[in-house]
Write a protein that binds this ligand. Sequence first.
Ligand code: UD1
Ligand code: CA
Length: 454
Amino acid sequence: MSPLHVVILAAGQGSRMKSSLPKVLHKVAGRPMLHHVIDTAQTLGAEKIHGVIGHGADQVKASTTAHSVSWVMQEQQLGTGHAVAQTLADLPDDARVLVLYGDVPLTTAHTLQGLVEDLDEKTLGLLTVTLDNPQGYGRILRNPAGQVTAIVEQKDASAEQLAIKEVNTGILAVSARHLKTWLPQLSSSNAQGEYYLTDIIAMAVQAGMAVNVAQPGNPFEVQGVNNRLQLAELERWYQSREADRLMTEGATLADPARIDVRGELTIGNDVLIDVNVVFIGKVTLGSHVSIGPGCVITDASIADGAQIHAHSIIEQTSVGPNAQVGPFARLRPGTQLAANTKVGNFVETKKTIVGEGSKINHLSYVGDATLGANVNIGAGTITCNYDGVNKYQTVLGDGVFVGSNSSLVAPITVAAGATIGAGSTITKNVSEHELAVARGRQRNVAGWPKPEKH
Ligand code: UD1
Ligand code: CA
């Protein structure tokens, strides 16, 4: 089959967003709309992706350095036909060309497959949708036999044509050879003084070609974003689809309308997700995991049977099987909790490995630390890991018990089985099974006269 080239139009200003950010960089599900479109093009197996940019071109380019897109500038936005024409020199004659919009982010590859699959030199693929309110869109004109004959833009349409509810999504596919013939022939003598890409439909029909029409599974797939209300609508549609998927795959959602997935969430069976949980980046939840309300989980893996209680914030962390986290825990990047560990309320960890069965139950900061198995960290323990310039390690062996309100001044090693007395500031290493106490001795003064008010 001939190579597929995808042209993404993204030169428009998007003035109704009222934003200094180019419209196509506004995010749906945590990713710029343009990235969704680029990903879809890649899923379709595009040999090359051409991005037509104008307004905010530098910002758009800078945001997509990880993607391979061939950018072309459209200095003046003279219309969609003019925009596609900017890529002609870069399109091989035999290419199948699919035109997508950078501000229409959620068209599925499945829907587009239908347009490009059977495309040959004798057909043009057009994605249309039937809307109750077709206001603003180009209308699809069909002859009495039901064949598409042309598209007429809203501003050029007669009263009769305006009543048509089948509209142009803007997405179409056709061979490059035809675009090279037709686009130079476009005229701008129309209501908007623009070079309309839509005029090629009538040209195709004139040339005796068939127009193959496809429709999306859901109108949201082809909804463009012109303002922040539409952005929010698409976001909610995306999230409701994600919620449906998760429930189908074995999650119970306390409220399918109150979950946000901004990335890739993979789950096992019997997962329980309470309200207002946000998942960001790549997150994996094993089977029988439960996530309490209000948690934010970013790039993390949570193993089977682990329970994350309310309002915990977890980032770049792996949580082992049957671990208990929170409520109100903050696990920062580089935290690894082994099986059956417990990290309780108001505990912050960072770059810390917590061995099997170990507990940090309350009110602690544990950073740059390695804890063996069955370590118990008392409430209010702090690893003093930073001297203002450098970071140092704290190492606690298996079975170490750290009394409450202790400071462990790193670098420090407390060997297996050792105990730290409560309230200690530990600055020297402790050997196996030693007790270390480092605090002021208590003095009791008998019959001490309490101060009186002057
Ligand atoms: C276009 C279609 C209309 C369709 C509608 C669907 C034409 C003439 N009309 O109208 O039939 O119903 O989309 O939303 O094609 N762009 C450029 N350069 C330009 C002009 C536009 O890159 O010179 C980009 C815009 O950034 C946008 C897309 O093309 O992403 C569509 O442009 P827009 O002006 O929104 O087209 P509509 O008038 O809505
Ligand atoms: Ca538009």
